[in-house]
Design a protein around this ligand. Structure first.
Ligand code: ADP
Ligand code: ASP
Ligand code: MG
Length: 411
């Protein structure tokens, strides 16, 4: 008898029929004698629908009210799933985040889980009930409803698994595992049998939305066995592991991640003197804009160009701020583009192989794709390119690094 935390995403609970299918599946696990805690998302499209309505009410709705609103999506699904389970003679009980007591800090819309009270859940499990918890939400010290950021139900799942010391946290979704890249972009992307936490963390933070970053962080920190599976198709899925056992057969590149969520800004002709980077970036951070990649050119005749990327939602604000900075610093101008994309190759195998970056650049050059910015870490290389070449770049890299072949390792 095992204890599983099973998280079902938005498309998996996207209609009454799908919720009934999930109920059949959960019941079959319970009938095998397992203890089951289910975490559900809102029905697909519901969170976006709620956000859309909020934006019709007010320009910038307060984060507290946003959380009161968007948390309702998950509340609908927990109740419906419990009804479907009860109709199948499978005793079940629903809990909102506040009812479990998933304690978070007070950063509305991006709260962090601080601790979880497991008593209610344990009590129900001991009585033979399936516990159904609303993902994505918690409660702060003052009883305010909080939410954990988009995709946050993954984090609820992993956090409950850690708190309950579950045997496995299973993330059920609309793909049958983690792939070499988004299978919606590359047809012959291959399912990975396993991927390390480190690689999965890079993939998630570089744009692969199959798992929320915080969920991977949590799983790594608390050693939660984590698996991504298809909700309605049988299969082993992908296991997120501490370190691959089979390092000899480990591919150099495990995956390609990409995102279209960034914009690029450049301040040109800035005097190249000590302190200039801070004079440019402090006003940006004072405007509450986070910076990702940064590039400063060598100076010519004492002047330099300085480029950085920000989230696309912050582009307008960042450009206005930079224009002021340009005036204050006597720079020649401030320009930007929000038609860019970031493509990254990720793999722990890079540590022991030279020449990975140059293979990447060569592959992009052959497709005539200009690289605008580069950043590297021990296990990833990222480039910024024109957004219109994104899919071409991902496909080219997928084939250059021979990721089109099915994994040979036995299941
Ligand atoms: P859920 O609603 O179940 O949380 P998501 O839409 O958040 O599902 O995540 C699943 C989606 O992630 C897939 O449909 C797929 O298009 C996308 N995805 C992006 N990168 C990858 C990847 N490397 N492997 C698998 N899926 C990926
Ligand atoms: N419903 C939330 C969202 O759409 C949380 C989740 O699905 O994980 O972002
Ligand atoms: Mg998701």
């Amino acid at each position: 008898m095992a204890l599983y935390v099973q998280k079902y995403g938005g498309t998996s609970v996207g209609s009454v029929e799908r919720i009934q299918q999930v109920a059949d599946k959960v019941k079959s696990f319970r009938d095998q004698g397992h203890y089951i805690v289910v975490v559900v998302s809102a029905m697909s499209g519901e969170t976006n629908r709620l956000i859309g309505m909020a934006n019709e009410m007010q320009d910038k709705p307060s984060p507290r009210e946003m959380d009161v609103l968007v948390s309702t999506g998950e509340q609908v699904t927990i109740a419906l799933l419990c009804m479907a389970l009860t109709a199948r003679e499978c005793p079940a009980r629903s809990y909102t985040g506040g009812q479990v007591k998933i304690h978070t800090d007070s950063s509305h819309t991006k709260a962090r889980i601080q601790n979880i009270d497991v008593d209610n859940m344990r009590n129900d499990l001991d009585k033979g009930r399936v516990v159904v918890v609303a993902g994505f939400q918690g409660v702060d010290d003052n009883g305010n409803i909080t939410t954990l950021g988009r995709g946050g139900s993954d984090t609820t799942g992993v956090a409950l698994a850690a708190a309950l010391k579950a045997d496995e946290c299973q993330i059920y979704t609309d793909v049958d595992g983690v792939y070499t890249t988004d299978p919606r972009v590359v047809d012959n992307a291959q399912r990975l049998k396993e991927i390390t936490f480190e690689e999965m963390l890079e993939m998630a933070s570089l744009g692969s939305k199959v798992l929320q970053i915080r969920a991977v962080e949590f799983a790594g920190k608390y050693g939660v066995p984590l698996r991504v599976l298809h909700s309605f198709k049988e299969g082993p899925g992908t296991l997120i592991t501490i370190e691959s056992e089979n390092t000899m057969e480990q591919p150099i590149i495990s995956g390609i991640a990409f995102n279209r969520d960034e914009a690029k800004l450049t301040i040109t002709g800035v005097p190249d003197v000590p302190g200039v980077a801070s004079k440019i970036l402090c006003p940006i951070s004072d405007a509450n804009v986070e910076v990702d990649m940064i590039l400063q050119n060598v100076s010519a005749e004492g002047l330099t160009d300085f480029t950085f990327t920000v989230h696309r939602n912050d582009y307008g604000l960042a450009l206005d701020t930079l224009k002021h900075v340009a005036v204050n610093l006597n720079a020649t101008g401030a320009i930007g583009s929000d038609n860019i994309a970031k493509v990254s190759i990720v793999g722990v195998g890079m540590r022991s192989h030279a020449g990975v970056a140059s293979r990447m650049f060569d592959s992009l050059a052959k497709e005539n794709i200009n690289i605008q910015m580069i950043s590297t870490s021990e296990i990833k290389v990222s480039v910024v390119i024109d957004e219109k070449y994104l899919e071409l770049a991902v496909r080219a890299l997928h084939s250059t690094f021979e990721m089109d072949k099915p994994q040979t390792v036995e299941e």
